[in-house]
Write a protein that binds this ligand. Structure first.
Ligand code: PLP
Length: 397
């Protein structure tokens, strides 16, 4: 009657979404101001003024049928050209509109890319902790997920484990820096070493291994930390980008896939991306948003708010005996659970109306993710709740 796998995915929604829904229910019961919902990566900082202005200008000046009509399946040529120019100016690359395919956000970028690359028996390497939907997207594209745990101290890639995990069947490796859920930014040293390993393995197995760079948090970095541009280190890189976080537009569903000319068989891969977009029904990303992006490329929302939130929370955790590294990017803190079972810890946190996500579904048990993209007000009001939670575990004397 229906597809069992799809039923399972629909019936068992993601843990993050479950907690987010619980938060909404709880807010209705006791008031929004009394719930500290750190569950979901929904930016609290508004989109920059440039976005509102671009929308107004487009509505005033562009014929409605054009503004709201279909663009080319791959996205408007001028929009893709504007993105390519921005990337070239920023990273010293040499892209053109022909390297870009507009999508409905990073989720679409990833599903399309997995489907475009996947052949029978292929494996994809995921570094844990990872964004849980990777497993859903890759498995649905027919790829087997091979999980490599990050170094437990630094949460950087464990290069020995990575090398051992690569087999003849490895088609792709997903990197996500800055990382959800850890906030870790991969160091240039790690990237160089990873790419050396990949180049040797490609030679050994005589086929390309693609680095899929999922980068919705690229611009969200603090304290002058740099995020190396991966196509400059490794030819077979495919970038999956989204404006959801950098421009605070997660509900507008806009992003892109970049297939550089340097990637092996790039013209074929680009066509396979077009084919996967077509098969999945993802042609022609939202037109209005495409045109907005062309006008706002290079802008970000005010990310200093996330840095402030990070600093206040890290200080609170340190003062109260919780263990969490200070992340360099994204807007998540990865807190070590004071008991082995992070699910039980999150249940206790709920007693104080703190909504945290256990790390089990990120493939790295024993931690919780704290999404610090909430408003500074929520962070401030949540401090006494964290203090009470720490007391429950005898962490703060
Ligand atoms: N990849 C990562 C690492 C994410 O954190 C998210 C969303 O939170 C996505 C992809 C999906 O992003 P989008 O909303 O643009 O589809």
């Amino acid at each position: 009657m229906y597809n069992e796998t799809m039923y399972e995915l629909g019936a068992n929604s993601s843990v993050i979404r479950e907690i987010f829904e619980y938060g909404k229910k709880r807010s209705a019961e006791i008031g929004k101001e009394n719930v500290f919902d750190f569950s979901i990566g929904n930016p609290s900082v508004p989109a920059p003024r440039a976005v509102d202005e671009a929308i107004k200008e487009l509505i005033e000046k562009m014929p409605s049928t054009e503004l709201h009509g279909y663009t080319s399946a791959v996205g408007d040529t001028e929009v893709r050209g504007a993105i390519a120019s921005y990337l070239n100016k920023t990273y010293g690359t040499n892209f053109s509109a022909n390297n870009l395919y507009m999508t409905c956000g990073a989720a679409a970028s990833l599903t399309i890319t997995f489907n475009a690359l996947s052949e029978e028996g292929d494996e994809v390497i995921l570094f844990a902790p990872f964004f849980p939907e990777y497993k859903v997207f890759a498995s649905n594209a027919g790829m087997k997920c091979v999980i490599v745990l990050c170094d437990s101290e630094t949460l950087q890639v464990d290069l020995d484990a990575f090398e051992k995990a690569i087999t003849e069947k490895t088609k792709a490796v997903v990197v996500n820096s800055p990382n959800n859920p850890s906030g870790v930014v991969l160091s240039e040293e790690t990237i160089v070493k990873m790419c050396e390993i990949l180049k040797l393995k490609q030679k050994e197995y005589n086929h390309p291994i693609f680095l899929i760079s999922d980068e919705p948090y690229r611009e969200l970095v603090y304290d002058d930390v740099k995020v190396p541009y991966l196509t400059k280190y490794y030819d077979n890189t495919i970038v999956c980008y989204s404006f959801s976080k950098s421009l605070s537009l997660p509900g507008e569903r806009i992003g892109y896939i970049l297939v550089p000319d340097e990637a092996e068989g790039s013209a074929y891969i680009y066509k396979a991306v077009c084919g996967a977009g077509r098969a999945l029904g993802y042609v022609c990303a939202p037109s209005l948003m495409q045109f907005v992006i062309a006008k706002c490329i290079g802008c970000t929302s005010d990310i200093s708010v996330y840095k402030k939130n990070r600093d206040v929370l890290v200080e609170c955790f340190e003062k109260n005996g919780f263990k969490a590294a200070k992340p360099d990017g994204a807007f998540y803190l990865f807190l070590k659970s004071p008991e082995r079972d992070a699910v039980a810890f999150c249940e206790k946190a709920k007693k104080f109306e703190l909504l945290l996500v256990p790390s089990d579904s990120f493939g790295f048990p024993g931690y919780v993710r704290v999404a610090s993209c909430v408003s500074p007000e929520v962070v401030k009001r949540s401090i006494p709740a964290f203090e009470k939670l720490a007391k429950e575990y005898g962490l703060n004397g």
